[in-house]
Write a protein that binds this ligand. Structure first.
Ligand code: ZN
Ligand code: CU
Length: 477
């Protein structure tokens, strides 16, 4: 007779497909769901009474910069404490897999780590490093366009030449063969901005044959956002691959209220082509310090600065007045560094979150000493604040956006939905208690209401603590 490893009884199950909750037992054997339903006769090594609690698929964080954190802090506490069981790395054009740097990492690759941390010259070497360290969560990876540029270009303020494009494409092809999910770009960043659409087209053309995906931090989230969305969709359409628009937002005060038009644009494009997006549940963004996005009309918090570490945690406005400089000049003096930009409008954030094709992605920055609270709060915030308290969507829809939808979009087989045979990535939470605690003042507070998290059947987080068990897998396309 089969020995049941874990039996979760009387759980209120949310299956990840958007189905309303129902009560069931779930039995886990060898890392996978063995049986579901009313199972009164089964016995198991571990039996959990889940009466009154929600059991759902583990959350998939589709937009992360955990590339190097997975190896340096494999317990992955900021993610596992939120119920995240899978992360997708390599977003925004930057990745650690298959990178051969010749100096310091170019902006914004410096968000991931220092030069010495980039030691995975091939995608396979990175995958092996993940498998050797076995982080607490599963990992799947994109290849970053800016990272490819860094491999083959001495300077980034120009388009790549044809030989450089060929060399980048060879790297991309090798990574795809070794299991990469697809290509990401960060065209808004200064080190990719001069890459014309043709350069990206050339690389993206290689994705179709292997079922890859195109994921883009688009060229502008500000005034030219419509053109930038059109460009991303065109690139995917021309390459005949699905498109994901990263951290969709209306940035900059002059741009508020345009979410309706933007969603209309995406809906329109969806008639011909698969397009989706991800979003984090906050009205502030965070990235490196960039004087081009400094605007005196919204609050900017400095999170780190290499030349002026003493300014971390202060507002740019106060630093500028202390130095007697304009905000832009103060930002220049603080570079390289990181910042939080309070540049969005809540109505746009809510509208984008509620859009049925929006997935949840934290965009958390684990290497930031004073990170944006999205790193520790994103998933409980969507479930607690936006679903339960604001009533923006039902709980099963919130869960679908962080489980079934991303698994389908990124082709993560046997994950994101609860059914017999699927991997037992599970989270047990209290729908009344769940809430994010991380704030802009105290950004690293873990959430409340997550009771237990299993990764490939192994209990990895329980009663507010990591269990020390780490059972994540590297997921190849
Ligand atoms: Zn980005
Ligand atoms: Cu990002």
């Amino acid at each position: 007779m089969t020995v049941i490893d874990t039996l979760i009884r009387n759980a209120t199950l949310i299956d990840g497909r958007g189905t309303p909750p129902f009560i069931t037992d779930v039995a886990v054997v060898d890392g996978r769901i063995h049986a579901m339903g009313h199972l009164p006769d089964l016995e198991a090594r571990n039996v959990i009474d889940a009466r009154g609690k929600i059991l759902s698929p583990g959350f998939i964080d589709v937009h992360t910069h955990d590339d190097l954190a997975l190896i340096k802090q494999p317990a992955m506490l900021p993610k596992i404490c939120q119920g995240v069981t899978t992360v997708i790395v390599g977003n925004c054009g930057i990745s650690a897999a298959g990178v051969r740097l010749r100096g310091d990492p170019p902006d914004p690759m410096n968000l991931l780590g220092e030069a010495a941390d980039f030691k995975y010259p091939s995608f396979a070497a990175y995958a092996q490093a993940i498998e050797a360290v076995r982080p607490a969560v599963n990992v799947a990876a994109l290849v970053g366009h800016t990272a490819l540029r860094a491999n083959h270009m001495e300077r980034f303020d120009r388009p790549a030449t044809l030989p450089e494009c060929d060399a980048m494409r060879d790297d991309l092809n090798a990574a795809l063969e070794q299991g990469a999910l697809g290509l990401s770009t960060g065209l808004a960043y200064r080190n990719a901005l001069q890459a014309p659409k043709a350069e990206v087209d050339y690389l993206a053309a290689t994705l179709h044959g292997v079922g890859g995906i195109y994921v883009s931090h688009i060229r502008s989230e500000d005034d030219e956002i419509i053109e930038a969305i059109d460009e991303a969709i065109d690139i995917g359409h021309d390459a005949r691959v699905p498109v994901i628009i990263s951290h969709l937002k209306c940035a900059g005060a002059g741009n508020w209220g345009r979410s309706e038009a933007i969603i209309g644009r995406i809906e329109n494009a969806r008639q011909q082509h698969p397009v989706g997006c991800d979003c984090y549940p906050y009205a502030a963004s965070s990235t490196t310090i960039d004087p081009r996005i400094v605007d005196e009309s919204f609050r900017i918090q400095i999170t780190w600065s290499t030349p002026h570490p003493e300014m971390a945690g202060k507002d740019l406005k106060d630093i500028a007045s202390l130095w007697g400089l304009s905000h832009v000049d103060a930002a220049r003096r603080l570079e390289p560094g990181g910042a939080i930009y309070h540049e969005m409008n809540e109505a746009d954030v809510s509208r984008i979150l509620a859009y049925p094709h929006t997935m949840i992605g934290s965009d958390g920055l684990p290497n930031d000493p004073r990170p944006h609270p999205r790193l520790w709060g994103t998933f409980p915030r969507v479930l607690g604040h936006y679903s339960r308290d604001q009533g923006l969507f039902p709980l099963e829809e919130a869960v679908r956006k962080m489980t079934g939808l991303p698994a389908e979009r990124f082709g993560l087989r046997d994950r994101g939905q609860l059914s017999v045979g699927a991997w037992a990535d599970l989270v047990l939470f209290d729908a009344d208690d769940i809430r994010d605690c991380a704030t802009f003042e105290q950004p690293t507070l873990p959430p409340l209401g997550i009771e237990a998290v299993w990764v490939n059947g192994v209990l990895s987080y329980s009663q507010g603590k990591s269990t020390e068990a780490r059972n994540g897998q590297f997921i190849r396309r």
